[in-house]
Each structure stands twice: as structure tokens, then as C-alpha cells.
Design a protein around this ligand. Sequence first.
Ligand SMILES: *Cc1c(COP(=O)(O)O)cnc(C)c1O
Length: 401
Amino acid sequence: MSVQEEIIQQTDKHSAHNYHPLPLVLSKGEGIWVWDADGNKYIDCLSAYSAVNQGHCHPKIIGALNEQANRMTLTSRAFHNDRMGAFLRKLCEVTQMEVALPMNTGAEAVETAIKAVRKWGYEVKGVPENQAEIIVFRDNFHGRTMSTVSMSSEAAYRKNFGPFLPGFVLIEYNDLEAVKNAINDNTVAVIMEPIQGEAGIITPDEGYLTAVKSLCKASNVLFVLDEIQTGLGRTGKMFTYEHEKDAKPDMLIVGKALSGGVYPVSAIVSSKEIMSVFTPGIHGSTYGGNPLGAAVGLAALEVIEDEKLVERSALLGDYFIKKLNAIKTNKIAEIRGKGLFIGIELHKSVGLARPYCEALMEKGMLCKETHDYVIRLAPPLTVEKENIDWMVEQIEEVLKD
Ligand SMILES: *Cc1c(COP(=O)(O)O)cnc(C)c1O
């Protein structure tokens, strides 16, 4: 038995089986590269669902982690700490927002956004108690907590987890008329992903985000974007809404790459006015805003700027998509995406994407299928042109007729 098979056997024995990982055990990462426990080397084309945009074990982020870990890790918010302010100042600068509220995981930040917009609805908009409605979209992904699965349309995420949190109105994505029809006096917010990642890199029509925002504005509804996966350079802009004119949200939800894959750090960012619904004692988290996470988060944001990862994502993403489009095969139904957030959708007649992901793994390239027929390509934004050339060759081999 290989080292990996032994580890998988041991893990399977003691772990809940809530995932179906590819059969390999990773033990080391550096930049775009990862190594398995038997010493084989791969390009990481998933980047931990875009948490590792800065590359694995980025020396500057790990340096900040180590330095801070030796000084102080956790104070709780019962006291100030000397790291959180600088981190949140940077986060507000990057997002062009006024105030941030730090949490840990993405789902917690979505929970925080739900609480914020409901409270705003009752206290500012004047919605009658317990009547607030939040508009959400079919095939969304916002996390795995009870509220976020209550927002979901995915049977597998919901089955036998009820009863669910009420107050969500589920409508079709990329359908303006549906938004118009769903808004009423009790609507407090629209919460959406600007590109639906888990649904299979579903990219709405150009102008859709701007139009949804303008509908929201006209009806005094908050426009909230979940950019946990699409933000921080992944799609070739710092945030995906910047691909459109006038689509800046009232509230932005960030996570994943906010820490470069080093430590769970998430946040909501918004205006002073909206965030003022939070007063002392109203909401919190023991670890949210802790000095270790703050030091890591600040370094992670600085790396995105210092290494021009946003510009790289835009240029290399265009290059990648162009090369993929040149592949001669009848297996591909569509190639879509923005920046280095790319989906290859296979024809249904070709079958599931998973065996192709397994074949790519054999060739030294780690991808994960999303929603059955889509191979998602999302390498760290530090990837080089020559790496892309190599990856396209592997994809061509695997998908050839
Ligand atoms: C990953 C993700 C989440 C949930 O983040 P966790 O850190 O896994 O809780 C929420 N929204 C989107 C769009 C995501 O991609």
C-alpha cells in the first residue's frame, strides 16, 4: 500500500464522510505547486475554492503569521488589539467602503450580512416586525450553516435539515423581470453572487448587476454581493462587480483569499450608515478580528496589490481562455468565465466531469468538477504563462476525441 492509500484508509475510518475528495493526499504546497504524500508534484487548479489566490504558503503571509503568532494570537473583542484597525483600514481601502465587520468563515460573514440587512429593514426602512424578505437566486451558494442552506435551492444541501429559516424569496438568476416582480415593501435586500461559482461559473449577461442595483435603489432595497469566491482578483478585477458600470453594492461579503488560505478570515464591508445598526452587544464572534487573523489578512491584501495579482488574473485569464478555445474536440459545450475563474462545460452526452478531473490528476493537474458537467479552472493568480501552456496541453490530451 502506498503512503497515500494508508493515510486515506485511516482518515476514512475516523472522519465523517461529508466530502468525496479525489483519491490523493496533499502534504506540501508552495506557490501554484502542491505535493502528495508520495512525493508527486501537481499544479493546483482549484486554489482551495479561490482561497489561495496568492499561492500556497506565500512567504510574506506566512511571515506575518509567524511573527504575530509569537506575540499575541487572541484577545477577544472585550479589549482592543493592535492589529485589527490596520487590517480593517486596508480592507476598507481595497473595497472602497467605510466600515468593516470581521468574522472568520465565509458562511459566518453571510450570516452577519443577513442580520445586518434585516435589522436595517426594521430600524431604517420601517418594515413591520418579522416581515423582512431577502431575495436570493436559484443555484446560489452562500455556505452550509442553517441560514445559508435556507437560502439554497440545492436539494442535496437541504434534505432533512429542515425546518428552514423563513424570509428568503428564491428567484431565477440572470432574469431582471423576476427581480422586479419579487420586490415589495417588505424587501430589505437582494443577496447574490456576481458570478455563481459553485453552480458552474454561471456568468450573468452584461449589465445585469447594474440593472439589479438600480432596481434595488429605486425601491430602497440593499444590494448585497457575496464575493467570497469571486473577489480579491479572481475574475480579473479586484471585485467582479467592477466589470460593470455602477454596480457597486451597498454591502460586500468577503472571505477565502482575504487570508490567502492561511487562516479563516472573513468580513462584511459597507457604509457607516448601514453598519450603524450594529451597536455594542448586538453581534459578535470570539475569534472575529483577532490579531493573528488581522495580521494575516493585512499581509494577504498587500500581496494582492504588491504582486499586481488583479492585472495578472485579467491578462492570464484572457490568454488561458483563448488557448482553451483553440482546443479541437467535440466534448466541450462551452468555455466561460472571467479572469482566472474559468469553467469548461462538457456536453451531457460526454458524461460527468469527474473522470476527466481524475485523468488530469494523473497528469499532474488538480481540478475539481462542479455541478456534474463543469471542470473549474482556478489556479493561484501567481501562475505563469508557461504553466498555462502546459495545462492546456494536458487538457487537450484528456479531452481529445
Ligand atoms: C465558499 C463560499 C462561501 C462559504 O464560505 P465558508 O468559508 O466555506 O463558510 C460563501 N459564499 C460563497 C460564494 C463561497 O464561494
